[in-house]
Design a protein around this ligand. Structure first.
Ligand code: IPM
Ligand code: MG
Length: 316
């Protein structure tokens, strides 16, 4: 089973979880409920991690790694807030059945009002701490869930967050705007499926998918603490598994997010982020961000270089 009882218990006992990417062709012959992705979706659902934060930021020394022009992405700092435990990923009914002698597939996109408002609330709060601009992304011109989504956002804005600039945007337009003029965005909030797609797009705009961390937050407990899972945005990259060439920085930056959001160690989190910046400024690169064309560092060599840097920063 990709989601053992023992794992659930351990995860629930922990203050936070740091997750490695899962999936790969060696599981292709298993039924879907036995594949690693099923474990991931169960983890999200059972721990009620409904708000997925996916930042897309650029590093000055990596601007050339993007397929977009440097001036379009310099200083980019977007935060995508993706609803993670509902929508078409979990809606019922779903499946493939036989109807009138052919196969018919069904997926269901379904949202309850509170599922929209609780993730919207988090997005408004984050926009408040950041640039004060929120783009809510939906497909209101076609989908019933889009109509409800827009209505809930509009009311929440009117009742509680008037001081935030709220823009509604159709998802197709948003995909286009992300590559046309990404710096117009501060915080984006959207549903599970649209967030999956737009976050891949936004991450590649930065040129360094291998650099991006993410956090998935649950509801606060009696003490106001949210259970959270941290993981890199990138996938498991089975083609390079075990070769010691992957970029470890997204996982390390995910750990930095954990220090800040779950463990009350914001200073240490920002120390790690500065060390990552410094290592990049020194021209150190793994193969995925090797726009300088030098001999790339291995995964472990990058890890060692970062530790070395941290040690020196700590002494300073
Ligand atoms: C992601 C991934 C997952 C998703 C897959 C692996 C199930 O693409 O976290 O973005 O679709 O949510
Ligand atoms: Mg995805």
């Amino acid at each position: 089973t990709p989601w053992a009882a023992e794992t659930i218990r351990k995860a629930k006992d922990a203050d936070a979880v740091l997750l490695g990417a899962v999936g790969g062709p060696k599981f292709d012959n298993l039924s879907r409920d036995m594949r690693p992705e099923a474990g991931l979706l169960n983890l999200r659902k059972e721990l009620d991690l409904f708000a997925n934060l996916r930042p897309a930021t650029t590093f000055d020394s990596l601007l050339e790694a993007s397929s977009l022009k440097a001036e379009v992405i310099k200083g980019l700092d977007i935060l995508i807030v993706r609803e993670l435990t509902s929508g078409i990923y979990f809606g019922q009914p779903r499946g493939i059945n036989n109807e009138e002698n052919e196969r018919v597939a069904v997926d269901t996109q379904k949202y309850k009002e509170h599922e929209i408002s609780r993730v919207a609330e988090i997005a408004f709060e984050l926009a408040q701490k950041r640039g004060g601009v929120l783009h809510s992304v939906d497909k209101e011109n076609v989908m019933a869930t889009g109509i409800l989504w827009r209505d809930v956002l509009t009311k929440l804005h009117r009742d509680k967050y008037k001081h935030i600039q709220l823009h509604h945007m159709y998802v197709d337009n948003c995909a286009m705007q992300l590559v046309r003029e990404p710096k117009q965005f501060d915080v984006i909030v959207t549903d599970n499926m649209f967030g999956d797609i737009l976050s891949d797009c936004a991450s590649m705009v930065t040129g360094s998918l291998g650099m991006l961390p993410s956090a998935s937050l649950g509801a606060p407990d009696q003490n106001g603490r949210r259970f959270a899972v941290y993981e890199p945005v990138h996938g498991s990259a089975p083609d390079i598994a075990g070769m010691n060439v992957a970029n470890p920085l997204a996982a390390i930056l995910s750990f930095a997010l954990m220090l800040e959001h779950s463990l009350d160690m914001a200073d240490d989190g920002s120390l790690i982020r500065r060390a990552v910046r410094a290592v990049l400024d020194n021209g150190l690169r793994t193969a995925d961000i090797n726009e300088l064309g030098k001999e790339p560092l291995s995964t472990s060599a990058m890890g060692d270089a970062l530790l070395e840097k941290l040690k020196r920063m700590d002494e300073e």
